[in-house]
Design a protein around this ligand. Structure first.
Ligand code: MG
Length: 260
């Protein structure tokens, strides 16, 4: 019997390598089949929006479907018996309302941002429904420089935060990230933190890998240094293999560790 009831896996960089065919590997497929046979739950916890998350999961062609998609680092959707993705209405609506309020109160930052992007090359705004929701830079070095500026500009706004993944950055309320969203999913399902494996590779995964929301954090070998440091500090596992095979390796590691 597995002690892991919930797998919370990031998608890009964690289940699929950035220049791969986007398909599930045999090693991870075997873990998923074993996990599901034991009644386990699988949540893809991603920075992708719902449409792109569904596209990615379809292309992934795992032998079983995820039970949950946690999207944009903060929304929860569960898969119905018919295969539709249904919002967890209470959580999502509160999430949207709190972001609307935050962004309404953040006009000074958005004014600064518009003028910054006007004069700076290598950075552009991302918008959703007419609202600035983030930025995209040409390179990760451009993003590093932008994040330093943003932190200074938003220093007096304690609720204003962001989630960053490679060259993409999404503005967010400080209370919403992959960790708190995973915490809500566990609360709804009645799953304890010591029954959760979380796997991620990049900045936006750090909040679910620091031990607060998952007792079994792990990362594939291709994870960035901050993720590796976070996983190590939380007593988790840094895999020797990249992407999905690294997650499968970690799953086996945690079982072997428990058995010994
Ligand atoms: Mg990733």
């Amino acid at each position: 019997m597995s002690h892991l009831r919930l797998l919370s896996t990031d998608f890009d960089g964690t289940l699929i390598e950035h220049f791969s065919d986007g398909r599930c590997t045999p090693e991870f497929a075997e873990v998923l089949l074993h996990h599901k046979k034991q009644g386990g739950v699988w949540a893809v916890n991603t920075g992708r929006g719902l449409v792109h998350a569904i596209e990615g999961v379809e292309k992934f062609q795992a032998p079983v479907q995820p039970d949950f998609l946690l999207t944009n680092e903060r929304e929860i959707f569960h898969r119905s018996r018919e295969g539709d993705w249904v919002p967890e209405a209470g959580w999502n609506q509160t999430c949207y309302a709190r972001h609307d309020e935050l962004f309404e109160n953040s006009q000074a930052i958005f004014d600064w941002l518009r003028s910054h992007v006007d004069v700076k090359s290598g950075i552009s705004l991302a918008e959703e429904n007419g609202q600035i929701c983030g930025v995209i830079t040409d390179t990760e070095a451009d993003m590093n420089a932008f994040v330093d500026l943003l932190e200074k500009e938003s220093a007096l706004m304690p609720d204003f935060s962001y989630q960053r993944n490679t060259i993409y950055l999404r503005f967010a309320h400080r209370d919403y990230h992959k960790g708190s969203t995973l915490g809500e999913l566990c609360r709804v399902l009645g799953i304890r933190h010591d029954e959760v494996l979380a796997a991620g590779d990049h900045f936006n995964d750090v909040p679910m890998l620091d031990g607060r929301y998952a007792a079994y954090p792990c990362c594939p070998s291709n994870a960035i240094p901050l993720v590796r440091e976070t996983v190590l500090a939380a007593g988790g596992h840094i895999a020797s293999q990249p992407a999905a095979n690294g997650v499968a390796e970690s799953w086996h590691f945690f079982h072997a560790e428990r058995a010994s």
